[in-house]
Design a protein around this ligand. Structure first.
Ligand code: NAD
Length: 288
Protein backbone atom coordinates (compact mmCIF):
# COMPACT_ATOMS: atom_id res chain seq x y z
CA UNK A 1 0.00 0.00 0.00
CA UNK A 2 1.50 3.35 -1.06
CA UNK A 3 1.71 6.37 1.25
CA UNK A 4 -1.38 8.48 0.70
CA UNK A 5 -3.37 5.64 -0.87
CA UNK A 6 -7.04 5.42 0.05
CA UNK A 7 -7.66 2.14 1.85
CA UNK A 8 -11.05 0.51 2.41
CA UNK A 9 -12.05 -3.03 3.38
CA UNK A 10 -14.91 -5.50 3.20
CA UNK A 11 -15.75 -7.23 6.49
CA UNK A 12 -17.90 -10.36 6.57
CA UNK A 13 -18.02 -14.12 6.53
CA UNK A 14 -17.27 -16.31 3.49
CA UNK A 15 -16.26 -13.32 1.34
CA UNK A 16 -12.89 -14.43 0.00
CA UNK A 17 -14.24 -14.55 -3.59
CA UNK A 18 -16.29 -11.34 -3.41
CA UNK A 19 -16.33 -9.25 -6.61
CA UNK A 20 -16.62 -5.99 -4.67
CA UNK A 21 -12.84 -5.46 -4.11
CA UNK A 22 -11.80 -5.70 -7.78
CA UNK A 23 -14.79 -3.56 -8.82
CA UNK A 24 -13.78 -0.79 -6.39
CA UNK A 25 -10.06 -0.94 -7.13
CA UNK A 26 -10.41 -0.92 -10.91
CA UNK A 27 -12.97 1.88 -11.01
CA UNK A 28 -10.90 4.01 -8.59
CA UNK A 29 -7.81 3.42 -10.74
CA UNK A 30 -9.73 4.52 -13.86
CA UNK A 31 -10.58 7.73 -11.98
CA UNK A 32 -6.86 8.23 -11.21
CA UNK A 33 -7.05 7.28 -7.52
CA UNK A 34 -4.58 5.08 -5.68
CA UNK A 35 -7.02 2.82 -3.86
CA UNK A 36 -6.45 -0.46 -2.06
CA UNK A 37 -9.48 -2.49 -1.02
CA UNK A 38 -8.81 -5.25 1.55
CA UNK A 39 -10.87 -8.30 2.49
CA UNK A 40 -11.34 -9.16 6.17
CA UNK A 41 -12.92 -12.62 5.92
CA UNK A 42 -14.01 -13.66 9.43
CA UNK A 43 -14.16 -17.46 9.89
CA UNK A 44 -17.67 -18.78 10.61
CA UNK A 45 -16.42 -20.17 13.95
CA UNK A 46 -15.41 -16.65 15.07
CA UNK A 47 -18.13 -14.40 13.66
CA UNK A 48 -20.40 -14.66 16.74
CA UNK A 49 -17.60 -13.47 19.03
CA UNK A 50 -15.94 -10.91 16.72
CA UNK A 51 -15.44 -7.63 18.58
CA UNK A 52 -16.76 -5.23 15.94
CA UNK A 53 -16.11 -2.18 18.11
CA UNK A 54 -12.42 -3.06 18.33
CA UNK A 55 -12.27 -3.84 14.63
CA UNK A 56 -13.71 -0.41 13.79
CA UNK A 57 -11.30 1.27 16.27
CA UNK A 58 -8.33 -0.38 14.58
CA UNK A 59 -9.58 0.39 11.07
CA UNK A 60 -9.93 4.05 12.05
CA UNK A 61 -6.55 4.17 13.83
CA UNK A 62 -4.67 2.84 10.81
CA UNK A 63 -6.38 5.42 8.59
CA UNK A 64 -8.91 3.42 6.56
CA UNK A 65 -11.36 5.60 4.64
CA UNK A 66 -14.24 3.23 5.29
CA UNK A 67 -15.62 -0.28 5.33
CA UNK A 68 -18.20 -2.32 3.54
CA UNK A 69 -19.93 -4.62 5.99
CA UNK A 70 -21.72 -7.78 5.01
CA UNK A 71 -23.34 -10.90 6.46
CA UNK A 72 -23.50 -11.47 9.48
CA UNK A 73 -22.54 -7.97 10.70
CA UNK A 74 -24.98 -5.60 8.97
CA UNK A 75 -27.16 -5.17 12.03
CA UNK A 76 -24.55 -5.66 14.76
CA UNK A 77 -22.39 -2.84 13.41
CA UNK A 78 -25.09 -0.25 14.22
CA UNK A 79 -24.11 -0.22 17.92
CA UNK A 80 -20.65 1.10 16.99
CA UNK A 81 -21.60 4.03 14.75
CA UNK A 82 -22.06 7.75 15.43
CA UNK A 83 -24.71 8.51 12.81
CA UNK A 84 -26.83 6.81 10.17
CA UNK A 85 -28.17 7.83 6.77
CA UNK A 86 -31.99 7.94 6.72
CA UNK A 87 -32.21 4.66 4.71
CA UNK A 88 -29.84 2.80 7.06
CA UNK A 89 -31.77 4.12 10.04
CA UNK A 90 -35.14 3.00 8.69
CA UNK A 91 -33.81 -0.43 7.66
CA UNK A 92 -31.76 -0.97 10.82
CA UNK A 93 -28.94 -2.34 8.64
CA UNK A 94 -25.66 -0.88 7.39
CA UNK A 95 -23.41 -2.14 4.60
CA UNK A 96 -21.13 0.91 4.25
CA UNK A 97 -19.29 2.77 7.01
CA UNK A 98 -17.47 6.01 6.19
CA UNK A 99 -14.88 7.41 8.62
CA UNK A 100 -15.32 11.17 8.54
CA UNK A 101 -13.29 13.45 10.85
CA UNK A 102 -13.20 10.76 13.52
CA UNK A 103 -16.92 10.00 13.19
CA UNK A 104 -18.36 6.74 11.86
CA UNK A 105 -21.30 7.22 9.53
CA UNK A 106 -23.39 4.21 8.46
CA UNK A 107 -25.15 3.93 5.09
CA UNK A 108 -27.09 1.23 3.29
CA UNK A 109 -26.30 0.99 -0.41
CA UNK A 110 -28.00 -2.42 -0.81
CA UNK A 111 -31.38 -0.75 -0.99
CA UNK A 112 -30.21 2.25 -3.02
CA UNK A 113 -28.28 -0.06 -5.40
CA UNK A 114 -31.31 -2.26 -6.01
CA UNK A 115 -33.52 0.82 -6.44
CA UNK A 116 -31.17 2.42 -8.99
CA UNK A 117 -30.88 -0.83 -10.94
CA UNK A 118 -34.67 -1.19 -10.90
CA UNK A 119 -35.18 2.40 -12.08
CA UNK A 120 -32.79 1.87 -14.99
CA UNK A 121 -34.07 -1.54 -16.07
CA UNK A 122 -37.74 -1.50 -15.17
CA UNK A 123 -38.64 1.85 -13.65
CA UNK A 124 -38.95 5.49 -14.51
CA UNK A 125 -35.48 5.69 -16.13
CA UNK A 126 -36.16 2.76 -18.46
CA UNK A 127 -37.63 3.04 -21.95
CA UNK A 128 -40.77 1.14 -20.99
CA UNK A 129 -41.48 1.22 -17.26
CA UNK A 130 -43.17 -1.93 -15.97
CA UNK A 131 -46.47 -1.85 -14.08
CA UNK A 132 -45.84 -2.25 -10.37
CA UNK A 133 -49.11 -1.94 -8.61
CA UNK A 134 -48.90 -5.47 -7.15
CA UNK A 135 -45.56 -7.13 -6.41
CA UNK A 136 -44.67 -10.45 -4.77
CA UNK A 137 -41.29 -10.90 -3.12
CA UNK A 138 -39.67 -14.19 -2.14
CA UNK A 139 -37.19 -13.89 0.74
CA UNK A 140 -37.34 -11.79 3.90
CA UNK A 141 -33.72 -12.07 5.09
CA UNK A 142 -30.99 -9.42 4.97
CA UNK A 143 -31.09 -8.78 1.21
CA UNK A 144 -34.87 -9.20 1.28
CA UNK A 145 -35.26 -6.36 3.78
CA UNK A 146 -33.20 -3.99 1.60
CA UNK A 147 -34.94 -4.81 -1.67
CA UNK A 148 -38.42 -4.76 -0.09
CA UNK A 149 -37.64 -1.29 1.25
CA UNK A 150 -36.43 -0.26 -2.21
CA UNK A 151 -39.60 -1.56 -3.90
CA UNK A 152 -41.81 0.19 -1.37
CA UNK A 153 -40.11 3.51 -2.16
CA UNK A 154 -41.19 2.91 -5.80
CA UNK A 155 -44.94 3.35 -5.17
CA UNK A 156 -46.08 -0.27 -5.02
CA UNK A 157 -49.74 -0.44 -3.95
CA UNK A 158 -49.91 -4.08 -2.81
CA UNK A 159 -46.80 -5.93 -1.64
CA UNK A 160 -46.88 -9.62 -0.75
CA UNK A 161 -43.89 -11.00 1.15
CA UNK A 162 -43.25 -14.76 1.00
CA UNK A 163 -40.65 -16.68 3.01
CA UNK A 164 -40.10 -20.37 3.75
CA UNK A 165 -40.06 -19.13 7.36
CA UNK A 166 -43.42 -17.28 7.57
CA UNK A 167 -42.42 -15.65 10.86
CA UNK A 168 -39.53 -13.87 9.09
CA UNK A 169 -41.93 -12.59 6.43
CA UNK A 170 -44.39 -11.41 9.09
CA UNK A 171 -41.78 -9.63 11.13
CA UNK A 172 -40.27 -7.82 8.10
CA UNK A 173 -43.75 -6.78 6.94
CA UNK A 174 -44.56 -5.51 10.45
CA UNK A 175 -41.40 -3.40 10.53
CA UNK A 176 -41.95 -1.93 7.03
CA UNK A 177 -45.71 -1.28 7.17
CA UNK A 178 -45.50 1.83 9.43
CA UNK A 179 -42.93 3.37 7.05
CA UNK A 180 -45.21 2.90 4.02
CA UNK A 181 -48.77 3.36 5.27
CA UNK A 182 -50.17 3.83 1.74
CA UNK A 183 -49.08 0.30 0.69
CA UNK A 184 -51.06 -2.79 1.62
CA UNK A 185 -48.48 -5.28 2.92
CA UNK A 186 -49.26 -8.95 3.42
CA UNK A 187 -46.94 -11.78 4.38
CA UNK A 188 -46.90 -15.55 4.69
CA UNK A 189 -45.30 -18.87 3.81
CA UNK A 190 -44.71 -20.28 0.33
CA UNK A 191 -48.21 -21.85 0.24
CA UNK A 192 -49.58 -18.33 -0.46
CA UNK A 193 -47.33 -17.79 -3.48
CA UNK A 194 -49.51 -19.24 -6.22
CA UNK A 195 -52.55 -17.09 -5.49
CA UNK A 196 -50.51 -13.92 -4.93
CA UNK A 197 -48.40 -14.39 -8.09
CA UNK A 198 -51.54 -14.96 -10.18
CA UNK A 199 -52.65 -11.39 -9.42
CA UNK A 200 -49.21 -9.74 -9.50
CA UNK A 201 -47.43 -7.49 -12.02
CA UNK A 202 -43.99 -8.52 -10.91
CA UNK A 203 -41.89 -10.82 -8.78
CA UNK A 204 -38.74 -10.02 -6.79
CA UNK A 205 -36.55 -12.93 -5.75
CA UNK A 206 -34.30 -12.50 -2.67
CA UNK A 207 -33.61 -15.99 -1.30
CA UNK A 208 -30.24 -17.74 -1.81
CA UNK A 209 -31.83 -20.43 -4.02
CA UNK A 210 -30.24 -20.35 -7.47
CA UNK A 211 -26.73 -19.54 -6.24
CA UNK A 212 -24.06 -21.97 -7.43
CA UNK A 213 -24.04 -23.63 -3.99
CA UNK A 214 -27.87 -23.50 -3.59
CA UNK A 215 -28.99 -24.71 -7.03
CA UNK A 216 -32.61 -24.80 -8.12
CA UNK A 217 -35.37 -22.22 -7.93
CA UNK A 218 -37.66 -21.08 -5.12
CA UNK A 219 -40.38 -20.15 -7.63
CA UNK A 220 -42.06 -23.00 -9.54
CA UNK A 221 -41.69 -22.42 -13.29
CA UNK A 222 -45.41 -23.07 -13.82
CA UNK A 223 -46.20 -19.81 -11.93
CA UNK A 224 -44.21 -17.66 -14.38
CA UNK A 225 -45.82 -16.00 -17.38
CA UNK A 226 -45.15 -13.44 -20.08
CA UNK A 227 -46.77 -10.52 -18.25
CA UNK A 228 -45.01 -11.12 -14.91
CA UNK A 229 -41.67 -9.31 -14.74
CA UNK A 230 -38.95 -10.90 -12.59
CA UNK A 231 -36.18 -9.09 -10.67
CA UNK A 232 -33.43 -11.31 -9.27
CA UNK A 233 -31.01 -10.61 -6.41
CA UNK A 234 -28.76 -13.65 -6.82
CA UNK A 235 -25.91 -12.80 -9.21
CA UNK A 236 -23.60 -15.82 -9.20
CA UNK A 237 -24.53 -17.16 -11.68
CA UNK A 238 -26.03 -14.12 -13.42
CA UNK A 239 -28.54 -16.30 -15.28
CA UNK A 240 -30.15 -18.27 -12.46
CA UNK A 241 -32.67 -21.04 -13.05
CA UNK A 242 -35.40 -18.50 -12.18
CA UNK A 243 -34.14 -15.98 -14.75
CA UNK A 244 -33.86 -18.72 -17.40
CA UNK A 245 -37.40 -19.94 -16.63
CA UNK A 246 -38.80 -16.41 -16.72
CA UNK A 247 -37.14 -15.72 -20.07
CA UNK A 248 -38.46 -19.01 -21.44
CA UNK A 249 -41.94 -17.84 -20.39
CA UNK A 250 -41.36 -14.61 -22.35
CA UNK A 251 -41.12 -12.35 -19.27
CA UNK A 252 -38.96 -9.24 -18.82
CA UNK A 253 -36.10 -9.92 -16.41
CA UNK A 254 -33.62 -7.96 -14.32
CA UNK A 255 -30.54 -9.90 -13.20
CA UNK A 256 -28.83 -9.55 -9.80
CA UNK A 257 -25.47 -8.27 -11.11
CA UNK A 258 -27.05 -4.83 -11.58
CA UNK A 259 -27.76 -4.53 -7.85
CA UNK A 260 -24.20 -5.69 -7.09
CA UNK A 261 -22.79 -2.98 -9.38
CA UNK A 262 -25.00 -0.18 -8.11
CA UNK A 263 -24.43 -0.94 -4.42
CA UNK A 264 -20.69 -0.68 -5.23
CA UNK A 265 -21.22 2.53 -7.25
CA UNK A 266 -23.01 4.13 -4.29
CA UNK A 267 -20.39 2.94 -1.77
CA UNK A 268 -17.47 4.13 -3.93
CA UNK A 269 -19.13 7.55 -4.30
CA UNK A 270 -19.43 7.75 -0.50
CA UNK A 271 -15.76 6.78 -0.02
CA UNK A 272 -14.30 9.05 -2.73
CA UNK A 273 -16.77 11.88 -3.29
CA UNK A 274 -16.40 11.16 -7.03
CA UNK A 275 -19.08 9.95 -9.41
CA UNK A 276 -18.18 6.38 -10.47
CA UNK A 277 -18.89 5.32 -14.06
CA UNK A 278 -21.70 2.78 -13.58
CA UNK A 279 -21.54 1.60 -17.20
CA UNK A 280 -17.82 0.89 -16.91
CA UNK A 281 -18.38 -0.97 -13.62
CA UNK A 282 -21.12 -3.04 -15.25
CA UNK A 283 -18.74 -4.03 -18.04
CA UNK A 284 -16.07 -4.78 -15.46
CA UNK A 285 -18.23 -7.14 -13.36
CA UNK A 286 -18.99 -8.99 -16.58
CA UNK A 287 -15.24 -9.66 -17.02
CA UNK A 288 -14.73 -10.95 -13.47
P1 NAD B 1 -30.62 -14.60 4.36
O1 NAD B 1 -30.14 -15.94 4.79
O2 NAD B 1 -30.50 -13.44 5.29
O3 NAD B 1 -32.16 -14.70 3.93
C1 NAD B 1 -32.66 -15.63 3.01
C2 NAD B 1 -34.17 -15.81 3.28
O4 NAD B 1 -34.67 -16.66 2.25
C3 NAD B 1 -34.47 -16.50 4.61
O5 NAD B 1 -35.44 -15.75 5.31
C4 NAD B 1 -34.99 -17.88 4.20
O6 NAD B 1 -35.97 -18.39 5.10
C5 NAD B 1 -35.59 -17.58 2.84
N1 NAD B 1 -35.69 -18.74 1.97
C6 NAD B 1 -34.76 -19.70 1.72
N2 NAD B 1 -35.22 -20.59 0.83
C7 NAD B 1 -36.48 -20.19 0.48
C8 NAD B 1 -37.46 -20.68 -0.41
N3 NAD B 1 -37.24 -21.78 -1.14
N4 NAD B 1 -38.63 -20.03 -0.52
C9 NAD B 1 -38.87 -18.92 0.23
N5 NAD B 1 -37.97 -18.40 1.09
C10 NAD B 1 -36.79 -19.02 1.22
O7 NAD B 1 -29.84 -14.32 2.99
P2 NAD B 1 -29.58 -12.88 2.35
O8 NAD B 1 -28.38 -12.25 2.99
O9 NAD B 1 -30.86 -12.14 2.35
O10 NAD B 1 -29.12 -13.26 0.87
C11 NAD B 1 -30.05 -13.76 -0.11
C12 NAD B 1 -29.39 -13.74 -1.47
O11 NAD B 1 -29.18 -12.41 -1.89
C13 NAD B 1 -28.02 -14.40 -1.53
O12 NAD B 1 -28.00 -15.23 -2.65
C14 NAD B 1 -27.05 -13.27 -1.74
O13 NAD B 1 -25.94 -13.64 -2.52
C15 NAD B 1 -27.91 -12.30 -2.51
N6 NAD B 1 -27.46 -10.90 -2.41
C16 NAD B 1 -27.21 -10.24 -3.57
C17 NAD B 1 -26.79 -8.93 -3.53
C18 NAD B 1 -26.53 -8.19 -4.82
O14 NAD B 1 -25.87 -7.15 -4.77
N7 NAD B 1 -27.04 -8.64 -5.96
C19 NAD B 1 -26.63 -8.26 -2.31
C20 NAD B 1 -26.90 -8.97 -1.13
C21 NAD B 1 -27.31 -10.31 -1.20
Amino acid sequence: INDGAMVCALVGQGISRSLTPPMHEREAAMAGLDHTYLVLDVPASESATTDLGRLLDRAQQVGLRGLNVTHPFKQRVLAHLDALSPGAERLGAVNTVVFDDGRRIGHNTDWSGFARNFDLGFGDDSETPVPRSTVVQFGAGGAGAAVAYAMLTRSVRRFHLVDADPQRARSLAASLQPLFPATELTSGGTDNAEIWIAAADGLVHATPIGMADHPGTAVPACLLRRDLWVAEVVYRPVVTELIANARAAGARTLTGDGMAVHQAVDALRLFTGLEPDAGRMTRHIGDL
